[in-house]
Design a protein around this ligand. Structure first.
Ligand code: NAD
Length: 481
């Protein structure tokens, strides 16, 4: 069951070999076996892709009739749905996640294309009143060539999060997936061509961040950058954007707190802690990574979490376990390092944090639950991006909010309570781009997604994301006598 994909770059609607003549291995994280290769694009390849995207823009992609552009986006969505088995299989083999999660990601991706297909003809400007002698009106014009640099945790869905609004706005795109997980983004290129997108509207260049990604973010023809990834890289991307005075959207990391009050629906809260912490083996920017539990509920809550965590299945993604392997050997090592730090710093490891028995190959680790984590410790402060959950007891609402807000992250956060006033108060006071009440992962395509503080700048999803890919032009008309 090895999926197939062209081991070429996708530039100008053609498959082409990398100028460098170099490739990178594609490794199945469940078996550590090499299952193929993808090209390593260098600056020359990136330049070809950017030129192709610039030509496609100049040739009029941004001026296509809205209904035609919308129809093409819907056609891409149809083709994604039609090829869902192939894409989901490739995602699981390449990235490791359980197959059913890959299917969910693919469904979300086609949904995003459909949402923005419907948005194409709604990019209306304004005509503010300027007095009797004339009119001013605004146009939302596309930026031109946009760069899309994505992380490895949701390879297909992340490419399909920023590319659809860019295309809807009339921009063209060059996409650079993460080096560990490039396969399904190449498939997206192929789908765009099959759907009938003109040459150059979507290009895919694979390679390393330092070489391919940097060449793309710094390319003079790129007029806007959509970046999803770590804070360190985001900082670099901002620097590259500054060189060319280009706007940038940064979707970065989180250390997301779930605050659980004793008056909540406990069963529901526990189910959401488990789902929030261990979906995609915790490799989610919006994972629950700190669960703050009111002290009177703490012992019972932790006991239930420990039992459920210990019962989770860990196996190759194709077997549809609760958790698949982590994405790479280095990420496994890093995650295990956090488990060691937690133990050294005196938190109580209740379960997990070790290689599962019987799985000698593959980047597997059992989900780890730590209790009584000191809010000042490494476990409570750093993004782990793996299946490691830290429980922190609290006594008062004010204390919980202070702990939740006490980091430089501010992506998402959650509050679980039956007290509506408390829910509203805490939601108001939490410093995060998203606050979820009595639920987790409530971020469908129509609502804005993004963080505050060091978790990012700007928003993806929703109508607001169209602003990432447009600039406003004001046209003034004076009425002659
Ligand atoms: P990363 O920053 O290492 O890499 C992200 C992308 O940037 C990759 O394509 C990489 O090749 C590229 N890159 C690396 N160095 C570069 C450079 N110098 N110039 C240009 N591009 C470069 O992140 P990652 O490890 O792939 O992903 C994990 C991170 O992503 C976590 O911090 C996670 O929270 C974050 N994330 C955020 C969101 C969100 O929506 N806020 C979603 C998913 C992941």
């Amino acid at each position: 069951m090895t999926p197939t994909w062209p081991d070429r770059l996708f530039i100008d609607n053609e498959w082409c070999a990398p100028a460098s003549g170099k490739w990178m291995p594609v490794v199945d994280p469940a078996s550590e076996e090499e299952i193929g290769r993808v090209p390593r694009a260098d600056a020359d390849d990136v330049d070809r892709a950017a030129r192709s995207a610039a030509r496609a823009f100049e040739d009029g992609w941004g001026r296509t009739a809205p209904e035609d552009r919308g129809a093409l986006l819907n056609r891409i969505a149809d083709l994604i749905d039609a090829r869902k088995d192939e894409i989901a299989l490739a995602e699981t083999r390449d990235m490791g996640k359980p197959l059913r999660e890959s299917y969910g990601n693919v469904a979300r991706s086609s949904r995003t294309f459909r949402f923005y297909a419907g948005a194409v003809d709604k990019l209306a400007g304004e005509a503010p009143p300027v007095g009797p002698d004339g009119f001013n009106f605004t146009l939302h014009e596309p930026l031109g060539v946009t760069a899309h640099i994505t992380p490895w945790n949701y390879p297909f869905a992340n490419a399909c999060r920023s590319v659809p609004p860019a295309l809807a706005a009339g921009c063209t795109a060059v996409v650079k997936p993460a080096s560990h997980t490039s396969v399904t983004t190449l498939m997206l290129g192929e789908i765009c061509r099959e759907a009938g997108l003109p040459a150059g509207v979507v290009n895919v260049v694979t390679g390393s961040g330092g070489e391919t990604g940097a060449a793309l973010a710094r390319h003079p023809l790129v007029r806007g950058i959509a970046f999803t990834g770590s804070i360190d890289t985001g900082r670099r991307i901002m620097g590259y954007a500054a060189e060319g005075i280009r706007p940038v959207v940064l979707e970065l990391g989180g250390k997301n707190p779930q605050i659980v009050f004793a008056d909540c629906d406990t069963e529901k809260a526990i189910a959401q802690t488990m789902r929030g912490a261990f979906t995609n083996a915790g490799q989610v920017c919006t994972s629950v990574s700190r669960v703050l539990v009111e002290r009177s509920l703490h012992d019972a809550y932790v006991e239930a979490l420990a039992e459920k965590t210990a019962a989770l299945t860990v196996a190759p993604g194709l077997d549809n376990p609760d958790l698949g392997p982590l994405v790479s050997a280095s990420h496994l090592e890093q995650t295990a390092g956090f488990v060691g730090a937690g133990e050294r710093e005196g938190a109580r490891l209740l379960t997990g944090g070790r290689r599962p028995e019987g799985l000698d190959r593959g980047y597997f680790i059992r989900p780890a639950l730590f209790d009584r984590v000191d809010p000042a410790s490494t476990l409570a402060r750093e993004e782990i991006f793996g299946p490691v959950l830290a429980v922190i007891p609290f006594d008062t609402e004010a204390e919980a909010v202070a702990i939740a807000n006490g980091l430089e992250f501010g992506l998402t956060s959650g509050v679980f309570t039956r007290d509506i006033d408390r829910a509203m108060r805490v939601a108001r006071d939490l410093k995060a781009g998203m606050v979820w009440v009595n639920e987790w992962f409530q971020s469908p395509v129509q609502v804005p997604h993004g963080g505050v503080k060091m978790s990012g700048i700007g928003r993806e999803q929703g109508m607001i994301a169209l602003a990432n890919y447009t600039q406003v032009k004001d046209i003034a008309i004076r009425i002659g006598a």
